[in-house]
Every structure is written in structure tokens, then in C-alpha cells.
Design a protein around this ligand. Structure first.
Ligand SMILES: Cc1ncc(COP(=O)(O)O)c(C=O)c1O
Length: 405
């Protein structure tokens, strides 16, 4: 839909949005009307280099042609069926994802939080049925982010973050340990523990990659203690970290993994994949979802996964991530650059506001996000080139210089 077809001005449309939408986001102050590849365009035709990708979603590029075509074609066949009939896109996507990431079974949801909810429920049911009613505690990491439903919110280890304040008691059954500290997780294990749940790279928490020792150590610890390893790959999945899944960087396999964001290429989807034995915890009626495996969403996701694999986008993410991070380390006022592949964090010296940098960059035509008071997170489409990285660097540099002169 185009603004000119509504008969409204930009200001009128924004006023409507602000009047009727519940206020849950500090929005960019432009209307995105069109997007293609690594660029987003507003209603004035201004071009933004997209190092944001709808928060790590548009990995194969904005409005990827094959994804768009697959969606359009499926719309003419059937749009929604609920979970009862088999559908062609759902069956093909299930096989594609399981086979390409080396897992046995999949259940589709609509979002990352829902996928984590399913992962938590499956682990708890597995523990209770196998070991008894006390066995459902899950240890997660401090500064993690797992979503905004009651279960995924409780799993999130950020008690002082707005996402957890003011909602009353959190859902019981979670304990929190230090990320990248194996001993801390060891100490947290009790007779009630059934699983350990982490992100391979903490994204919202400030872009902290799990170390080799930590992720491999968690796998060994879970094997030794008979626990499940749950990985939240909502942000890291589908090429973002330089491998198809984040865990492939560490040569380990989870018992359950959650995914969302980039799986759908812009269509709302989430999923969990589990080892066959663990997946048996779910039986008809114990979990479900009306929109699970919606055919239009699955058709888009199928094209997206094909594009990511066929065009070797994880490899490009690894290469471009390395190139970009080296450049970022030379920015003025930079304290540390962290990341894996194209999940990149630039931490600035105390007093440099990430919110201000984000705004300055936007004015100059670059989209980035802030996480924490002085960290900029960049998650561009995985199709970016060195020239795109150079351009983003130049805009970031000019923005920091303008703010710190
Ligand atoms: C690691 C992680 N888990 C879960 C979520 C929640 O996903 P959604 O916003 O799709 O519910 C996010 C979202 O940013 C995330 O980064």
C-alpha cells in the first residue's frame, strides 16, 4: 500500500498510528513504504542502508524475489487450513529444515517467544514424565532475552529490564547463571533441574558470543548430568552467525532448538526442532497452535531457506562480519567490537549515547539498533558487500564525530 493512495499526509498517518496503536516501541520517525535488497525507502523516497533487517529477519534481502513469488503463488492455492489437513508447504519445509540443520522433528509456531514457550513446555513435560513431578526447573543465563510471553519472559535473565518490571510474580521454574561461566551453571544445577537454556550469542543482552569452551562445556555438562540442552536460536538461526545455525560454530547439537525471525524471510513464523526421543513429550492435545505451519508462511519460509543455502549466505555473513568488525574497531570513541558473523555489536565509551548514534545514523541514511545505553547492534541482510560495509562505516563515523565534537 502506498501513502499517496490513502489521501493522507505523512504527518496525518503518523498521528493516526499514535492515536490508535498501543505504545510499545520507540519508533523510527519515518514511514517505511518500500524495501528491496539492502535498502529501505520512506514515503519521501529517502533511501536507508538497512543494517537492521527488521531485527535480523530479512537475511536473504528485503523483499527477496523468490520469497515474494513463493508467497504470491501459494496465495492462489490455499491461505489457511488450521493444523488438521496436511499441506504441501508445511511438509516440504519440515523436511528441509530438519535435514539441513540435523534435527529429527519440528513444530511450527508464529514467533520467537512462542517457539521458546514450546521449547520450555516440551522440556518440562519431558522431565516430569520421565523423572517425576519435581523435575521441571530450567537454568538460563543472566542478561539473556527469550521473549515476552509469561514463560519466555520468566526465562529471560534481566530482572531490572522494562520487559520484566510491573507484571507481578514471574512464572516459577527458572534459575539464572552467569553467561560464559561454566562453573556458575554447574553450581546452579539441583535435583529439580531438567534443562539448560541459552542463546549461542546473547543479542539483546549486548551482543556477547558464547565462547567455545562455554557452549561445548554446557553440552558436556548436560550429557554428564542427564539434562537437556536448549538453544534459543531465534536471532542467531539461518545464517546470521556465519553458519546455518549458531550451534554449528561449536560443533555441538542441542536437544531442542528454537528459531523464528530469519526463517520466514518476513513472514511471521517460529519453530522448535527436537531430537526424536525428546519430541515424544508432545502428543495430540498437549501442545498446538491454530496457525501452526500456515501454508503461505511455510511457502515463503521454504524459499527463504533455499535462498540462504543456495547463495551460501552463511559464508558471506562470516566473511563480511570479519571485514566489518575490523573496520568498526577503528571508529572514534569505540570501546569494543564483538560479534559472530553479521550479528555485530559496537560498544562505545561511557557517555556516548547509543540512542543518539542510532538517530544520527538514521538522519544520514543508515538503520541500526541500540541495545544498552552505549552499544549499537547491527544485523544487516546477509547479502551485503564490502561496499555496503564501507558505506555503513562512513555513516557511523560521521555520526559519532558529529555527536562528540
Ligand atoms: C534470542 C531471542 N529470543 C526470543 C526473541 C523473541 O522473539 P519474538 O519477538 O519473535 O517473539 C527474540 C527477539 O528479539 C530474541 O532475540
Amino acid at each position: 500500500m502506498k501513502l499517496k493512495d490513502t489521501g493522507l499526509t505523512k504527518e496525518q498517518l503518523i498521528a493516526k498510528a499514535n492515536k490508535y496503536l498501543i505504545d510499545t516501541a520507540a519508533r523510527f520517525d519515518f514511514i517505511e513504504e518500500r524495501a528491496k535488497g539492502v535498502y529501505v525507502y520512506d514515503t519521501d523516497g529517502k533511501e536507508y542502508l538497512d543494517f537492521f533487517a527488521g531485527i535480523a529477519v530479512n537475511n536473504a534481502g528485503n523483499c527477496n524475489e523468490k520469497v515474494v513469488t513463493a508467497i504470491k503463488e501459494q496465495l492462489d492455492d490455499c491461505m489457511h487450513t488450521s493444523v488438521y489437513p496436511y499441506t504441501i508447504p508445511q511438509a516440504l519445509l519440515a523436511e528441509k529444515v530438519c535435514e539441513s540443520i540435523g534435527m529429527d522433528k519440528i513444530f511450527f509456531q508464529n514467533s520467537g517467544a512462542e517457539a521458546n514457550e514450546a521449547m520450555i513446555k516440551m522440556a518440562r513435560k519431558y522431565g516430569v514424565e520421565k523423572y517425576g513431578p519435581h523435575k521441571y526447573e530450567i537454568i538460563t543465563a543472566k542478561m539473556s532475552f527469550h521473549g515476552r510471553t509469561m514463560g519466555s519472559m520468566a526465562a529471560t535473565g534481566q530482572p531490572h529490564n522494562a520487559c520484566q518490571i510491573g507484571f507481578g510474580d514471574m512464572t516459577p521454574g527458572f534459575k539464572y547463571a552467569e553467561f560464559n561461566n561454566l562453573d556458575s551453571f554447574k553450581e546452579a544445577i539441583s535435583e529439580n533441574t531438567i534443562a539448560i537454556m541459552v542463546e549461542p550469542v546473547q543479542g539483546e543482552g549486548g551482543v556477547y558470543p558464547g565462547t567455545d569452551e562455554f557452549i561445548k562445556g554446557l553440552r558436556a555438562l548436560c550429557d554428564e548430568k542427564g539434562l537437556l540442552l536448549l538453544l534459543d536460536e531465534v536471532q542467531t538461526g539461518f545464517g546470521r552467525t556465519g553458519k546455518l545455525m549458531g550451534y554449528m560454530n561449536y560443533e555441538v547439537k542441542p536437544d531442542i532448538v528454537s528459531m523464528a525471525k530469519a526463517l520466514g524471510g518476513g513472514m511471521p513464523i517460529g519453530a522448535i526442532c527436537a531430537k526424536a526421543e525428546v519430541a515424544k513429550a508432545f502428543t495430540p492435545g498437549s501442545h498446538g497452535c491454530t496457525f501452526s505451519g500456515n501454508p503461505v508462511v511455510c511457502a515463503g519460509a521454504m524459499a527463504q531457506v533455499d535462498e540462504i543455502i543456495d547463495n551460501k549466505l552463511p559464508e558471506n555473513a562470516a566473511k563480511m562480519g570479519e571485514y566489518f568488525m575490523k573496520k568498526l574497531a577503528t571508529l572514534p570513541k569505540i570501546k569494543e567490537v564483538r560479534g559472530k558473523g553479521l550479528l555485530v555489536g559496537a560498544e562505545f565509551e561511557e557517555g556516548v549515547s547509543a540512542g543518539d548514534i542510532k538517530h544520527e545514523c538514521m538522519e544520514r541514511g543508515l538503520l541500526v539498533t541500540a541495545c544498552g545505553k552505549n552499544i549499537i547492534r547491527m544485523v544487516p541482510p546477509l547479502i551485503i558487500t564490502e561496499e555496503d560495509c564501507d558505506k555503513a562505516y562512513d555513516i557511523l563515523k560521521a555520526s559519532v564525530e558529529a555527536l562528540c565534537k
